[in-house]
Design a protein. Structure first.
Length: 374
C-alpha cells in the first residue's frame, strides 16, 4: 500500500435517500479510516438512522455510492456485506445460551464445530467474560448482554460494526460505565465502530471523530475537542455542550470580531465563530459556555475583570449543586437567566440572593450569523 493512500474501511460519496417527496439524507460524503471509532450525532429525525440502514444494506440509496474496503456495495444484500450491526434492544436469542448466541452466525456460515468452539471461546476471552458460555441470556446483567451482543458480531470478523443507540435502554449508571467499556472493546478488537446516537455525552466520550447531522446533512465533522471548542455553525455550537445563547445586532466589526448589542440591551464584545465573517449590522447569535464565565461578588469585580472583558451584573437565582463543580443560575438586570459554572470550596461559597458580577473574555463569546440557524 502506498504511504500516501490512507486505508478507509468505509467511504460514502454524495449519499442520498428519498422517501417520496421527502429527502431524508441529502448528499452526504465522508470516509472513515481503518480502526476508528466514528459517531454520527444528531437530533431525532435528522437522518442518522436512515444513513446507517443504507450502510448496512437495509435501504438502497437514491443517489451516491457506498464503498467498504474500497469496493462499492451498491446492490449487495446485507448478508453479503462484511458489516454487522448491534441494535438498541440487542436482539439476543432468549431460547439460546451465550455460546449458542455467539456461535449462531458461524453455524449459518457452515463453519466446523471445532473452529466455532475455538472462535467463541476466543471472543469471550477478549470481552473479559470467559466463564459465561453456558449461561442463559436471562442470567446476564445489562452490561454483560451488551458485551455478548458485540461478541456475536465480532466473532464474524466484520470490517465495520454499526451500533444503533445500543445504550438507550440502560439505566444512567450502567450507561456511563458502558461508554468506557465500548471504547475499550473497540481498542481491543481494532475494528471500525460507527456509532449512532442523539446523546452528545456518548459521542464525545468514546469517539475519535464525530459527525454532527442536521436535517439530512452533516454540519461538521471533527474530533470531540474541535466540535466543542471550534464549532463552525450555530447549530453545532448550540447542540454540542451547554451554552448561554443571546440574539443581537452587530454594532461594530472588523470581520473576525467586534461589538454586539443583545436583544436584552447587553453590550458584548465577541470573536467570530470558526470560518465566519461577521459584518456590521448583521443579526447574530452569540454562545458562551458556562465554564468560561467567572463569577465574583459584585464588590470584587474590579479585581477579576481585565480590560476588554465582558461583564454583566446580576443576582444568584439558584444553585444547581453537583459537588465541587456546581452551576449557578444568575438573573441579569434585564431579566434573563445566565448559567455559570462555579467551584465550591465550602468557604465563602456563593448562595441564592447574592449580588454577583459575571465576567468572560471576548474570545469565549462565539458569534454566528443568524441565517445559519437550522
Amino acid at each position: 500500500m502506498k504511504q500516501n493512500s490512507p486505508a478507509y474501511d468505509l467511504e460514502c460519496l454524495d449519499l442520498a435517500k428519498n422517501f417520496g417527496a421527502v429527502r431524508a439524507v441529502k448528499g452526504v460524503s465522508f470516509n472513515i479510516p481503518s480502526g476508528s471509532f466514528f459517531s454520527i450525532l444528531g437530533p431525532s429525525g435528522c437522518g442518522k438512522t436512515t444513513l446507517m440502514r443504507m450502510i448496512a444494506g437495509f435501504e438502497e440509496p437514491s443517489d451516491g455510492d457506498i464503498r467498504i474496503k474500497g469496493k462499492s456495495v451498491l446492490g449487495v444484500p446485507p448478508n453479503r456485506r462484511n458489516v454487522k450491526m448491534v441494535f438498541q434492544h440487542l436482539a439476543l436469542f432468549p431460547m439460546m445460551n451465550v455460546y449458542e448466541n455467539i456461535a449462531y452466525g458461524l453455524r449459518c456460515a457452515g463453519v466446523s464445530k471445532t473452529h466455532i468452539r475455538r472462535k467463541v471461546h476466543d471472543v469471550l476471552e477478549r470481552i473479559a467474560l470467559p466463564d459465561v458460555a453456558e449461561r442463559e441470556i436471562h442470567q446476564l446483567s445489562g452490561g454483560q448482554k451488551q458485551r455478548i451482543a458485540i461478541a456475536r458480531c465480532m466473532v464474524l470478523d466484520p470490517d465495520v460494526l454499526l451500533l444503533d443507540e445500543p445504550l438507550g435502554a440502560l439505566d444512567l449508571k450502567l450507561r456511563e460505565a458502558m461508554k468506557i467499556e465500548l471504547k475499550l472493546l473497540q481498542h481491543q478488537f481494532n475494528t471500525t465502530f460507527i456509532y449512532i446516537t442523539h446523546d452528545q455525552s456518548e459521542a464525545l466520550v468514546m469517539s475519535d471523530h464525530v459527525a454532527i447531522m442536521n436535517q439530512g446533512l452533516f454540519e461538521q465533522i471533527g474530533t470531540p475537542q474541535e466540535l466543542y471548542n471550534r464549532p463552525k455553525t450555530a447549530f453545532v455550537a448550540g447542540f454540542v455542550g451547554d451554552s448561554n445563547r443571546w440574539s443581537g445586532t452587530v454594532k461594530a466589526s472588523d470581520g473576525t470580531g467586534g461589538r454586539v448589542e443583545t436583544d436584552q440591551g447587553l453590550p458584548m464584545s465577541f470573536s467570530a465563530g470558526a470560518g465566519q465573517t461577521i459584518e456590521e449590522g448583521a443579526r447574530v447569535e452569540i454562545f458562551v459556555r458556562p465554564e468560561y464565565i467567572r463569577t465574583v461578588r459584585a464588590a470584587e469585580a474590579g479585581k477579576l475583570a481585565a480590560d476588554g472583558d465582558n461583564r454583566m451584573d446580576g443576582v444568584i437565582d439558584s444553585l444547581l449543586f453537583n459537588g465541587a463543580n456546581s452551576r449557578l443560575l444568575v438573573r441579569a438586570g434585564s431579566g434573563e437567566l445566565v448559567e455559570a459554572d462555579v467551584t465550591l470550596t465550602g468557604e465563602n461559597d456563593l448562595k441564592s440572593g447574592d449580588e454577583v458580577c459575571l465576567v468572560w473574555s471576548p474570545r469565549q463569546a462565539m458569534c454566528f450569523a443568524r441565517q445559519e440557524i437550522a
